[in-house]
Design a protein around this ligand. Structure first.
Ligand code: 5GP
Length: 217
C-alpha cells in the first residue's frame, strides 16, 4: 500500500575530530546492509595503517586539481593542512543506483554543498563528549606534527559553530548508545511521509463496496 522511493538517499556524517565517527559508521555498515559508504578522494598523504581505496583514494594535488577541472567531484573542499578532500560523482551515482542509502563522511563545507544540491539529505553531526576529551584524544593519536595538531583543534571549534546547519547532533560518550541514536534517526527518517513515493489508494471504492456487500451493511 505504501510505496517507498527506489533510489537511495544521502546521509552525511560530520563531526568534531576524534569524535569516533569512523567507528560509528563502521558499526552502522555492519548492522544495516542497505547502507553504503562512499570512499572519498584526498590529496593528503597516506598515514601509517591507511589503505588506498579503503580509507581514501589517495591522489596527488595535481591530479585532484585536474579532476576538479573535469567536473568529476560532486563536492570537494580544502579541509585541513590545505589539502583537498572530495566525493566523486561516478562513485556515488553507482552506489545510489543499487537503491542503498549512501553515507558521506565529509566536513561541514562539503555537507553544505550536498545539502544545496539535494535538500532531502539527512545531516548528522557527531560530537566528542567535551573539548577536554578532544584534547586528550588528539594527543593520544601522536601521529601528527605540532602544526597539524593545532590545525585539528582549531578546526574542531570552527565546526562546532556550524552545528545549527545540521538536522541532528549525537554526542558520542558511549559508542553503542551513539550507534543506537544514529540508527533511530535513520529509521525515523524512513518513516517520514515526504519520503514515501506513493500511497496506493487505487481500489478504494471497490474495497468499500466489497466490505458493504460482505457485511450486509
Ligand atoms: P583526516 O582523514 O585527515 O583525519 O580528516 C579528514 C577530514 O576531512 C574530516 O573532517 C572528514 O570529515 C573530511 N572529509 C573526508 N572526506 C571528505 C570529502 O570527500 N569531502 C569533504 N568535504 N570532506 C571530507
Amino acid at each position: 500500500m505504501i510505496k517507498h522511493k527506489q533510489k537511495g538517499e544521502f546521509i552525511i556524517i560530520s563531526g568534531t575530530t576524534c569524535a569516533g565517527k569512523g567507528t560509528v559508521i563502521e558499526k552502522l555498515l555492519a548492522k544495516d546492509k542497505n547502507l553504503a559508504l562512499s570512499i572519498s578522494y584526498t590529496s593528503r598523504a597516506k598515514r601509517d595503517g591507511e589503505v588506498d581505496g579503503v580509507d581514501y583514494h589517495f591522489i596527488s594535488r595535481d591530479e585532484f586539481e585536474k579532476r576538479i577541472q573535469k567536473g568529476e567531484f560532486l563536492e570537494y573542499a580544502k579541509v585541513r593542512y590545505g589539502e583537498y578532500f572530495g566525493t566523486a560523482k561516478k562513485d556515488v551515482q553507482k552506489l545510489l543506483e543499487t537503491g542503498k542509502d549512501v553515507i558521506l563522511e565529509i566536513d561541514v563545507q562539503g555537507a553544505q554543498q550536498i545539502k544545496e544540491m539535494f535538500p532531502e539529505t539527512i545531516l548528522i553531526f557527531i560530537m566528542a563528549p567535551s573539548m577536554n576529551e578532544v584534547k586528550r584524544r588528539i594527543k593520544a593519536r601522536g601521529k601528527e606534527t605540532k602544526e597539524q595538531i593545532l590545525d585539528r583543534f582549531i578546526t574542531a571549534y570552527r565546526e562546532i559553530n556550524e552545528i545549527p546547519k545540521y538536522n541532528y547532533v549525537v554526542v558520542n560518550d558511549n559508542l553503542d548508545e551513539a550507534v543506537k541514536k544514529v540508527e533511530a534517526i535513520l529509521i525515523s527518517e524512513k518513516c517520514r511521509v515526504d519520503r514515501i513515493e506513493e500511497i496506493d489508494v487505487e481500489n478504494q471504492e471497490e474495497f468499500i463496496h466489497e466490505f458493504i456487500m460482505e457485511n450486509d451493511l
